[in-house]
Design a protein around this ligand. Structure first.
Ligand code: FNR
Length: 371
């Protein structure tokens, strides 16, 4: 049988000092199935690894003697004032990481003064998630359903929830990719049940992992013209999540949405899609006007407070952080809070050492970067 580590043996929260520690603790002490789903990515994991490593290739140009005794990390994101420009990415079925699931993400975000973008594929109901942070704003992420009336119904319901301040439409996953870790677990489990029950092996030979089977409702006929249909059904600001080229960033601007997320789904969509920071740099070169006309966000491999500062200096209004927060759910709400606290502390330290006193003023200021 598949042996599992005992989650009770996980390191105490005091021993977790950076975001990678959360992921590492989860790798060792989370279930194999949850690990395959959360840490997994497409094919050879090239984009997954590039997302992280390319943040590390961008250097600062620090300024000194600037009186950094008082600094301001606040930012305005889609009409919401946040304590720092980082939000929790939309991630499906957070309960696989810990029993509190999305309610821990929502409550932890509220304590930290940041926003949780909740996924349409959440494991808790929307009412419960919102109620766990009743005074905090939220973002909501939608995959457009092949049965459009289902998406329309969700959009109608969102209007009644005043806490939701923006709608993220994910567009980088026309089909769910091949996630092999997920697939292997499934094969193992199926093998086990075949052994136990003597049944026919029903594994999808093309890769029937958890993500692939749950993602088949996503509409692969979605096109730019459909933004008008989204607009017709919501008054919320629309953010297109999954932009991977300057040319599409420009299109998003022309189509009149309010924001974009430069994202490759954390390496879970097209493998060999560029590291997201490379796309952001391409946009600086080919369509710098987008940073003024739209609220630009970026996610994928953000693991340090200094990465937030880099993104903001390039013109982003904020970053999304995914897996470390999902893994922190293993420590319940306290874990999520600590994950955010670490980011806040690292951001403040990076700002002081770089000579940046006000983040909003530093937005788009390339002089802090050695590019
Ligand atoms: C995701 N992501 C995602 N995106 C989305 O738009 N809707 C979703 O339901 C999910 N679900 C999901 C589950 C899990 C377990 C992961 C890890 C990711 C992608 C997510 O929003 C984000 O783009 C990446 O996770 C960012 O990369 P990092 O921070 O995880 O490296």
């Amino acid at each position: 049988s598949v042996s599992e580590a005992d989650p009770e043996q996980k390191p105490p929260l005091e021993a977790i000092i950076n975001l990678n520690d959360f992921e590492e603790a989860f790798t060792k002490f989370g279930t194999k199935k949850a690990n395959a789903y959360i840490s997994g990515a497409s094919n050879d994991l090239l984009t997954l690894n590039a997302n992280k490593s390319y943040w590390q290739k961008l250097w600062f140009r620090p300024r000194v003697m600037r009186n950094v005794s008082a600094i301001n990390t606040e930012m305005n994101m889609l009409g919401c004032k946040v304590k720092m420009p980082a939000y929790i990415c939309p991630m499906g079925i957070a309960k696989v990481a810990g029993p509190e699931g999305e309610t821990a993400l929502a409550a932890g975000a509220a304590t930290a003064g940041i926003i949780h973008c909740t996924s349409v594929t959440a494991s808790y109901g929307l009412d419960e998630i919102l109620a766990s942070a009743p005074n905090n704003p939220f973002f909501y992420q939608l995959y457009v359903d092949k049965q459009r009336h289902k998406s329309e119904e969700i959009l109608r319901k969102l209007e009644t929830h005043k806490q939701i301040k923006a709608l993220f439409i994910t567009v980088d996953l026309a089909v769910v990719s091949k996630r092999e870790a997920d697939e292997r677990i499934r094969t193992q489990e199926a093998g086990l049940s075949v052994y136990l029950a003597g049944q026919q092996n029903k594994v999808d030979k093309k890769g029937g992992g958890l993500a692939r089977t749950t993602g088949s409702f996503i509409d692969w006929a979605l096109s730019w013209d459909d933004l008008a249909w989204v607009r017709k059904h919501t008054k919320l600001p629309i953010v297109v999540k999954g932009i991977q080229s300057a040319v599409d960033a420009k299109l998003a601007m022309q189509m009149g949405c309010q924001g974009i997320v430069v994202s490759n789904h954390g390496g879970r969509a097209l493998d060999n899609a560029p590291a997201t920071i490379l796309t952001l740099l391409e946009m600086r070169r080919d369509c710098p006007e987008v940073f003024d006309k739209l609220e630009v966000f970026i996610d994928g491999g953000v693991r340090r407070g200094s990465d937030i500062l880099k993104a903001v200096c390039l013109g982003a209004r904020g970053v999304g952080v995914g897996r470390p927060f999902q893994c922190s759910v293993m420590y319940n709400k306290e874990g999520v809070e600590q994950c955010a606290e670490i980011l806040q502390d690292e951001l403040e330290t990076a700002m002081r050492l770089c000579g940046v006193t006000d983040l909003e003023n530093a937005r788009g200021d390339l002089s802090y970067l050695n590019t």
